[in-house]
Design a protein around this ligand. Structure first.
Ligand SMILES: Cc1cc2nc3c(=O)[nH]c(=O)nc-3n(C[C@H](O)[C@H](O)[C@H](O)COP(=O)(O)O)c2cc1C
Length: 190
């Protein structure tokens, strides 16, 4: 028997995305975003508040990067979601992290995070219900340490943080329990 919980705006898992952009003077700022997902073969949508410093930055530069936060960098990833560059001048600098300019877009790549998407601002979508930024992914870069032998990202090596909006926890990926487009294949034969 299920218990009704009322309106709970959460799905699980949610990602822990590090959205980074330069301001007009080339100063990097990074924010934490869990409300984001792939929305096309080379597109990512982020539901981020228009007032955030990062949002204002990327609207000006028309570019941003999206890194996947991992377990080893949880404290800084969370800090990027607590502090705002609108009020804290040295938000990025105080972490001691390093940003280098992407070779593909005018946006910072945070060196400490192992996997990053480099994006051009493709679209801004605003309705009564949501405000979304859509990025065109022009490159993805990954540390060798998170790749499998086949050259693809290995989730078990990535140790990506997972956000739980029910209780505000951070989790990490467990074991692989099956293969997609395969686990249900037996039922196709009936
Ligand atoms: C776990 C977590 C997830 C978050 N997800 C989002 C999100 O999806 N969209 C959003 O607008 N803000 C989100 N935030 C809040 C922003 O990261 C926060 O307001 C931050 O201070 C904005 O930084 P900035 O003003 O320097 O860009 C999240 C914060 C945390 C801790």
């Amino acid at each position: 028997m299920k218990k009704n919980l009322g309106v709970v705006p959460a799905v699980y898992p949610m990602p822990v995305l590090m959205v980074a952009a330069y301001d007009e003077n080339g100063k990097p700022n990074v924010m934490n975003a869990a409300w984001g997902m792939i929305c096309g073969m080379d597109r990512i949508a982020l539901f981020i508040d228009e007032d955030h410093k990062t949002t204002q930055n990327l609207l000006k530069t028309k570019a941003f990067t999206v890194a996947i936060a991992d377990k080893d960098h949880m404290d800084v990833a969370d800090f990027f979601g607590i502090a705002t560059g609108n009020k804290m001048e040295d938000k990025f600098e105080r972490t001691g992290y390093h940003a280098v300019k992407s070779s593909f877009v005018n946006a910072p790549v945070v060196e400490e995070f192992p996997l990053v998407m480099e994006c051009e601002l493709a679209e801004v979508a605003s309705t009564d219900s949501f405000y979304a930024i859509v990025g065109k992914i022009v490159n993805v870069a990954a540390e060798e340490s998170v790749l499998s032998e086949n050259g693809k990202v290995d989730p078990l090596k990535l140790n990506a943080l997972i956000f739980d909006q029910f209780q505000h926890g951070y989790y990490v990926t467990g074991e692989q329990v099956g293969k997609a487009w395969n686990a249900g294949a037996g039922l196709m034969k009936k």
